[in-house]
Design a protein around this ligand. Structure first.
Ligand code: M6R
Length: 607
């Protein structure tokens, strides 16, 4: 939901004009939104420049001429529209009447309408349809009342309700960037002669890996040499803010991890990174999982919550906990969770799965579960993000930064983590042994399935619709395959439990209709044979991803991905790979950018 960056830099410290550094940072944040882009730079003389436009960075960079603007403080924004359609005027940063304050914002200001009305009554003129525009005008209003730039910024933030991450520059404070966070993510980066604040770490990773994740209602400012963070406590008689000590931590991510490294897209790079992502995640689990597995053994009910791909991982996790550890575990879609959480009580466990750790629906579910006395456990890829921070216990996957909007390596890392957790809770050493083989097997699967997936994608690219069928743990893998295809290639794809297909969906099947079957083992694959037959009888074009020993399924398919046989709980992380590759190449053949699917943003921080 929008990417924001703020930088305060000594002249020359970044060896490039500030505008260029902002453009590069926005490029690394573009996965968060890409319908408009803009930046503001303040030079040492206190002159503020703003450039912004509708469109993706690459398409509008010549028009915006980032490199021509140097200065000592600046902010940038790449937008995923919420209030007001994508347009030049709705693009951020937004400014006040005097044009001396520029603000970029991620989130939603819930009380913007009343603030706007109040400000309009005091003579402020608004030009955009955004909620954000009230912020620079509020700052201006408090400055008119005599407050200095930072005091005015804090007073403005204290008036806001909703979810926000805000960065601002002020021509009256050259070299300063102001920031504030509530709910929407914001991270500080501590550099040499320059300091940073951004929606996500990759934005400033080429300059520093010393970071601090901001918490709700923290505000502050950066200069090139100083970072100040305060906790804001809006009160009846004005704003109180207490200084917070800096929680700086060094993260292991390298700048290369946030670059394409020779691949044409992040999505394919991240598919190829899965063997390392799984190996690194597995290496980190023994130290993290012990207490969580113990807690699970005493759980009355277990609810796993996630959105999108993380819901599919939750689904697999629920099946693993039920079938390996003998627990009653159910998966719930995060945005629907409130309808289920009312049944929670002490003794129950909620596992919240979210690669970003910031998905608002999942975060709200964690808060609700805690209120009801359940033990909450987060599974996330981002250290110190909101969901782990607000949960009782956390497990981190170690997939490295995922930039492609379509989740790939974070999914396999989540699946491995949840299977490992189930194996520890159920004392199943065989599953753990099978998981340990995954990095090598994943490498082999990528090498063997990529040429076939590419060839298959050429044909798939001409189709309009596809079914994905599987049974048991193969069903969530099928769901993930269908989601990948639809989100990056814009083909209609639907997953069903295979046994359900003849209760309606099969009516759509005719000659050449693609049906992608997944089987992870003989247990779920045996019963799939009749479904393959039924589809064959109606002329479906049959694609099968199944263990190479499951000839009954593979032999009945037109296109076969024979896979290494292993435990189904390990296979889930492996057998999804051909699906990811098929989706990626189908998008490419259809001429779409798989890293930036239309209408989507990497992290959904608004309900
Ligand atoms: O950061 P999260 O794992 O909580 O994100 C959840 C979903 O928004 C995410 O998985 C989304 O469905 C992806 N686009 C899937 O590729």
């Amino acid at each position: 939901m929008c990417g924001i960056i703020g930088i305060a830099s000594k002249k020359g410290a970044l060896r490039k004009p500030l505008g260029e550094v902002i453009r590069e940072a926005l490029k690394r944040l573009e996965y968060r939104g890409y319908d408009s882009v803009g930046f503001a730079v303040v030079n040492e003389l206190g002159v503020l420049f703003i450039r912004k436009s509708k469109g993706k960075i690459d398409d509008v960079q010549a028009k915006l001429a980032f490199n021509e603007f140097d200065g000592v403080s600046g902010v940038g924004h790449t937008r995923w529209a919420t209030h007001g359609p994508p347009s030049d005027v709705n693009a951020h940063p937004h400014t006040d009447c005097s044009g001396r304050v520029a603000v970029a914002h991620n989130g939603i200001i819930e009380n913007y309408a009343s603030i706007r009305e109040w400000l309009a009554g005091r003579g402020h003129r608004f030009v955009s349809e955004t909620d954000t525009e009230v912020i620079p005008h509020l700052i201006e209003e408090f400055k008119r009342g005599g407050a200095g730039p930072y005091e005015a910024f804090k007073a403005a933030v204290a008036r806001l309700k909703g979810a926000f991450a805000i960065v601002a520059v002020d021509a009256d404070a050259p070299g300063y960037v102001f920031f504030a966070r509530n709910t929407s993510p914001l991270v500080l980066g501590f550099g040499e002669g320059a300091n940073f604040v951004a929606s996500d770490i990759p934005a400033f990773l080429p300059y520093t890996n010393r970071v601090m994740v901001l918490r709700d209602w923290e505000v502050g400012y950066l200069t090139p040499d100083e970072v100040v963070v305060e906790e804001l406590m809006p009160g009846e008689d004005g704003v109180e803010a207490n200084r917070v000590s800096l929680r700086v931590r060094v993260i292991e991510w390298t700048p290369q991890m946030a670059m394409k490294g020779g691949y044409p897209h992040y999505m394919i790079k991240e598919i190829h990174e899965q063997p390392q992502a799984i190996a690194a995640t597995l290496a980190g689990l023994p130290d993290q999982v012990g207490a969580v597995a113990e807690a699970l053994k005493h759980a009355d009910k277990v609810v796993l919550i996630g959105a999108g791909t993380s819901y599919h991982a939750s689904f697999l996790g629920a099946l693993a906990l039920t079938n390996i550890a003998g627990l009653l575990a159910v998966p719930v879609i995060a945005s629907e969770a409130r309808w289920y959480l009312r049944g929670l009580r002490e003794g129950d466990v909620v596992i919240a799965v979210s690669q970003s750790g910031e998905t608002i629906d999942t975060l709200l579910a964690v808060r609700e579960a805690r209120k009801r006395g359940a033990l909450t456990i987060a599974v996330s890829n981002v250290v110190d993000s909101a969901i782990p921070r607000e949960s009782d216990m956390s497990i981190y996957t170690r997939a490295g930064p995922e930039i492609g909007v379509a989740a790939t390596k974070t999914f396999t890392a989540q699946v491995v983590t949840l299977a490992y957790l189930a194996a520890r809770a159920g004392n199943d050493a065989r599953v753990i042994e099978a998981l340990k083989e995954l990095p090598d097997l994943a490498e082999a699967v990528i090498v063997e399935s990529e040429p076939l997936a590419r060839a298959l994608a050429k044909v798939m690219a001409e189709k309009q619709s596809a079914f994905y069928l599987g049974r048991g743990p193969a069903y969530p893998v099928a769901m993930e395959g269908a989601l990948k295809l639809k989100e990056v290639s814009y083909l209609h794809a639907e997953a069903y439990p295979a046994g359900e297909s003849k209760h309606g969906p099969i009516a759509l099947v005719e000659e050449g209709f693609p049906v992608v079957f997944t089987a992870l083992s003989r247990e779920d694959g045996g019963a799939l044979v009749s479904n393959v037959e039924e589809m064959a009888a109606r002329g479906a074009w049959r694609i099968a991803v199944a263990p190479r020993t499951l000839e009954e399924v593979l032999g009945r398919a037109d296109v076969r991905f024979p896979m290494p046989p292993t435990s189904p709980w390990a296979a889930a992380a492996l057998y999804v790979i051909p699906h990811q590759l098929l989706a990626y190449y189908t998008a490419v053949f259809r001429g779409y950018d798989p890293d930036k699917p239309r209408n989507l943003a990497k992290t959904v921080t608004v309900v």
